[in-house]
Ligand binder design. Structure first.
Ligand SMILES: [Zn+2]
Ligand SMILES: [Zn+2]
Length: 343
């Protein structure tokens, strides 16, 4: 317990650090897995050969493949709320609140909070001439590159009351940002996912084994670059938090060893002092004593200690050191002891 209070700072740092380290390791292994699978994923053209290509794989399913094509809605497209000439297949409307908030350290800092987000989508295909492939569950994509159609910021002009309220609550409103993003029809994108045959043709959807679906304007090679740079970043974090963990554990180990050494030195000193005391007592003792004056345990030294609360004077100091709990005469519990002077 005493040792824990001595290393409480290091223990807190170590536990937070190992939590972050665990998350980093998990993210890194996920990132590596995606990177390796994506590297070996085939890039397929949307054309007459695609059906044949799918048939080569077991159960007519290509687990992870890359296709590029033009976005085309299957029914009516979604029309933009802010620009009537823009149509698309996925629409995301976000309302964000911009505030200046007081942090726990007492500073004021700009913060953004999403207060509302709506996503709409309509079925669509990726096409290349007369050939097409349906994109299923596009909103589940881990990476979804959308065009910003409208981005408006309405500042708030706070009154005196707002200022006072803001001072006490620690949050001052700055304004509202409304943003509309869309995946426009006719845009040329890369989709990476699981390709299989469907009743009407071919579909691409989120893979079954936890790999992410990507809908992006980037090509496979630039996506690989992006993933490998985030892998490098995770590695740096891993080294950083790994070193912090090593330093914290090193400090705990150092303090433990130091404490043990101190304790051993203290014990040696105590033993030396006790031996010295014992020797001095032996020299000072009266050698010509009658039977009743001798310690009941060793029958060698004089009686020197009174046991309380029973009050028996029956032990020499050496034997008193070895008897901890009960009086050897009456078996009563020993609460305290004191030197007895018999003259
Ligand atoms: Zn004795
Ligand atoms: Zn007693």
């Amino acid at each position: 317990m005493e040792f824990l209070s001595e290393v409480i700072g290091e223990a807190v740092v170590l536990s937070i650090d190992s939590l972050i380290l665990g998350l980093c390791i998990k993210q890194l292994s996920k990132c590596k897995h995606i990177l390796n699978t994506l590297q070996s994923a085939p890039v397929l053209g949307i054309d007459s050969s695609l059906q044949k290509e799918i048939s080569k794989y077991p159960n007519d399913v290509i687990p992870y493949a890359v296709v590029r094509g033009l976005v085309k809605p299957l029914g009516n497209p979604i029309t933009s709320n802010y620009n009537q000439t823009v149509t698309g297949v996925i629409q995301r409307l976000t309302i964000k609140e911009h505030v200046v908030a007081r942090t726990s350290a007492g500073f004021w800092s700009d913060q953004t909070r999403t207060i509302h987000e709506v996503c709409n989508s309509t079925p669509f295909v990726l096409c290349n001439g007369k050939y097409s492939i349906e994109v299923i569950d596009a909103l589940a994509a881990e990476l979804l590159d959308l065009d910003v159609i409208s981005d408006k910021f309405e500042p708030m002009s706070p009154g005196v009351i707002d200022h006072v309220w803001g001072f006490f609550s620690g949050v001052r409103q700055r304004g509202l940002q409304t943003m509309e993003e869309m995946l426009r029809d006719g845009s040329y994108i890369t989709v990476i996912g699981e390709i299989s045959k469907s009743s009407g043709g071919i579909k691409i959807q989120p893979p079954r084994d936890g790999l992410p679906l990507f809908l992006t304007t980037a090509t496979k090679s630039s996506l690989l670059k992006r993933l490998s740079s985030s892998k490098d970043f995770l590695r740096i974090l891993l080294v950083l938090f790994g070193s912090i963990g090593a330093i914290a554990s090193g400090r705990i180990a150092y303090k433990y060893i130091k404490r043990r050494r101190r304790k051993i030195a203290e014990d040696v000193m105590k033993k030396q002092l006790a031996a010295g005391r014992k020797e001095r007592r032996a020299q000072n003792r009266d050698k010509n004593l009658s039977e009743v004056q001798l310690c009941v345990v060793c029958s060698e030294n004089p009686k020197e200690v009174i046991l309380l609360p029973c009050g028996h004077v029956c032990l020499c100091e050496d034997c008193s050191d070895n008897i901890q709990d009960k009086c050897p005469i009456c078996r009563e519990r020993i609460d305290s002891r004191a030197p007895a002077f018999i003259t």
